[in-house]
Design a binder for this molecule. Structure first.
Ligand code: 7RM
Length: 648
């Protein structure tokens, strides 16, 4: 039975438990359950022990200085992020090991060893210096998923410049706003990129953005594939020309632990994007430690995180975390369904991928496309699977575990945010028994609770997720707007408890179940229901691939539920299926969660990073004009849905 307010009601129950295999535990980077208790008793000592694994040019004097809501980690310490990702691996066997294996969408590929990557980074760092970039200056990177993006990030880090990566799918307007907010003096872009066989004209979009960005003095253009571009003499330079004469000798800037490493813009739900600021020391320790223990990275592994480097997942778990661990990282430029729906599995086989990290939205697409695609390829080298970006519904978790992981790979569901910089709630694959749909428990040294409106701890049941101690990867501020930093993240309860904006519940074992953004919580006849639970019940039905549930105003119940449902391939939709789905939700959860409307749709509106935009679905269900659509990946989806909803 649902518990009553003030939290969020608990509706779904999931009892399946998967324990780590004995062999996995024996060989794991962290296999000792006592680590949780040890880290909890003295978190600062714990983080210091992780920090000692990195290379510092000057030791820190104090692990943490906490003047809420600002934390300084490893105070007085000096280090360089590029040294920790590159130089420190050059002395031994890692020197000539692949750091990056890249494949382009057309099938071209490149491999860079640690020594080669180091050389490219040093050269590009000197190129940036030659263009007048100095410590603290901002450089915007607007590139496809090619090795030059990682090279440019590490080159910035090497000389203490602050990178701001803007995902290559963003429009000229979004790029302009982000360049101007950061006041970048240099933009690095490419002549173009590939997406589903089409050419994406990045340079042309950048030119358009630059009309409104007078702060940019130089543009460096990577030649991806001889796409036609306009060159503005004096301002635009080819990457390969500048690199020809650049020296490969570039001493690294010794950065203060609190110096800025990067800005990454996140759209949030409304208005102006927030420039999330990450520092150097704490961030590197957080990314390094979590990558090591959550992904269990070992020298022979080939690790593939499918996120674009333009998102935080790519920053922490394509570039900084894995490279700090000396891992071999595979990156792929293209989409999962081009030229066919088996592309990712073909790549896993071809490159011998052992660790695979992707998003629930991708997993649900794989489910919809059918098991015949992964079945065509040998995935037997895979040994660990990860998920990030949204709550993963138990059905998708089980499918991933069975058809991709062959029932032998642990699945780590990792909860975190652009703002947290590092994975916060996650299983440790050698230790933590997993339950499909639960991110399980906080990483050692991280403190999380579920709180009610008044800030009271909810031991079992639903409420707001809260982080109750500073953590090393935490954001430092919002660039140029510290008041908004305080307002958005630290004023929900007191000024020392971080509010991520997500709902969560804890079960009897203390496991965390993430319920989605609290702005999306439903209120039906006094029951507060996370959208996640109703969606999970719908996706549990064999005909459903994906679902998004929103509330619309209802005179009697407060809110009625509208469910937007994507059926699996080949399913015929009719009123019988609608009724069946409503009945299925009633069976799984109860009558209170029965959807009033079911709207079938081939696609759901998603952000460019694949998160479902329920806010826009709510606008449709309420019959309102559609709100801000700038973060939407494909606006035609929402326009078609609006029309359909009005007709029904
Ligand atoms: C890494 C990333 C952050 C938001 C976060 C959540 C949602 C992410 C999970 C998740 C449930 C997960 N950064 N989210 N991971 N929800 N389970 N494992 O996605 O800044 O782009 O988004 O994503 O709502 O607040 S992000």
């Amino acid at each position: 039975m649902p518990t009553s307010r003030p939290g969020i009601d608990v509706l779904l129950h999931e009892d399946r438990v998967f324990r780590p295999g004995r062999n996995f535990t024996a060989g794991a980077n962290q296999g000792d359950p006592a680590i949780y208790g040890r880290a909890a008793r003295d978190p600062e000592a714990f983080w210091a022990s992780m920090a000692r694994e990195l290379t510092w040019s000057r030791p820190w004097k104090k692990v943490l200085e906490w003047t809420p809501p600002h934390a300084r980690w490893f105070v007085g310490g000096r280090l360089n992020a590029s040294v920790n990702c590159l130089d420190r691996h050059l002395g031994g066997a890692t020197r000539n090991k692949a750091a990056i294996i890249w494949e382009g969408e057309p099938g071209d590929d490149r491999t860079l060893t640690y020594a080669q990557l180091h050389r490219e980074v040093c050269k590009f760092a000197n190129v940036l210096k030659g263009l007048g970039v100095a410590k603290g200056d901002r450089v915007t990177l607007y590139l496809p998923l090619i090795p030059e993006l990682a090279i440019a990030m590490l080159a910035c880090a090497r000389i203490g410049a602050v990178h701001s990566v803007v995902f290559g799918g963003f429009s000229a307007e979004s790029l302009r706003d982000r360049i101007n907010d950061a006041k970048s003096t240099v933009l690095v872009t490419a002549d173009g990129g590939y997406r589903r066989g089409a050419q994406v004209p990045l340079k042309r979009t950048a030119d358009e953005a630059l009309h409104g960005s007078p702060c940019v003095r130089h543009v460096v253009v990577v030649r991806r594939d001889n796409f036609p571009i306009d060159v503005q003499e004096g301002r635009d330079h080819w990457w390969h020309r500048l690199m020809q004469h650049a020296s490969a000798d570039c001493p690294a800037e010794a950065m203060d632990s609190s110096d800025m490493l990067y800005i990454l813009y996140t759209s949030g739900t409304t208005g102006k994007p927030k420039g999330i600021v990450h520092g150097t020391g704490g961030y590197m320790v957080g990314a390094f430690a979590t990558a090591r223990w959550v992904f269990d990275l070992k020298p022979p592994d080939v690790y593939w995180c499918t996120a674009d480097i333009g998102w935080v997942t790519g920053h922490s778990y394509v570039v900084y975390g894995p490279l700090a661990n000396g891992a071999t990282v595979f990156i792929y430029e293209g989409a999962p369904d081009w030229p066919d729906r088996g592309r990712f599995w073909e790549l896993c086989h071809k490159h011998g991928v052992t660790i695979f990290y992707t998003a629930p939205t991708a997993i649900r697409a794989f489910m919809r496309w059918g098991i015949e695609w992964p079945a065509k390829h040998d995935l037997s080298r895979l040994r660990l699977l990860g998920s990030v970006g949204e709550p993963i519904n138990p059905e998708a978790w089980m499918w991933y575990h069975k058809y991709i992981g062959g029932e032998r790979c642990p699945v780590v569901d990792t909860w975190w945010q652009t703002e947290t910089g590092m994975i916060m709630i996650t299983p440790l694959p050698g230790i933590t028994p997993t339950k499909p749909g639960s991110a399980t428990r906080p990483f050692p040294g991280v403190s999380a609770e579920v709180l009610d409106d008044a800030g009271k701890v909810i031991k079992h049941g639903g409420g707001y997720l809260a982080i109750t101690r500073p953590w090393p990867g935490m954001l430092q501020t919002i660039y140029g707007d510290d008041a908004r930093y305080l307002q958005t993240y630290w004023s929900r309860w007191d000024n020392k408890t971080y509010f991520p904006g997500d709902g969560a519940r804890r079960d009897r074992q203390g496991y965390f179940w993430l319920l989605g953004r609290v702005d999306d919580v439903l209120n039906v006849a006094g029951h507060r229901i996370g959208t996640m639970e109703v969606e999970s019940a719908l996706v549990d039905h064999p005909s459903v691939a994906e679902a998004a549930v929103v509330g619309r105003t209802h005179e009697l119940k407060g809110q009625a539920l509208a469910a937007f449902v994507t059926p699996k391939d080949g399913i015929t939709v009719d009123t019988r299926l609608s009724d069946e789905l409503k009945g299925h939700v009633v069976k799984k959860i109860g009558a209170l969660a029965r959807p009033d409307d079911i709207i079938f749709t081939a696609e759901l509106p998603k952000t460019r990073s694949g998160k479902i935009m329920r806010r826009l679905l709510k606008d449709i269900a309420e019959g309102r004009t559609l709100g801000d659509m700038t973060t939407l990946a494909d606006p035609s989806v929402i326009h078609a849905l609006k029309q359909k909803y009005q007709e029904e």
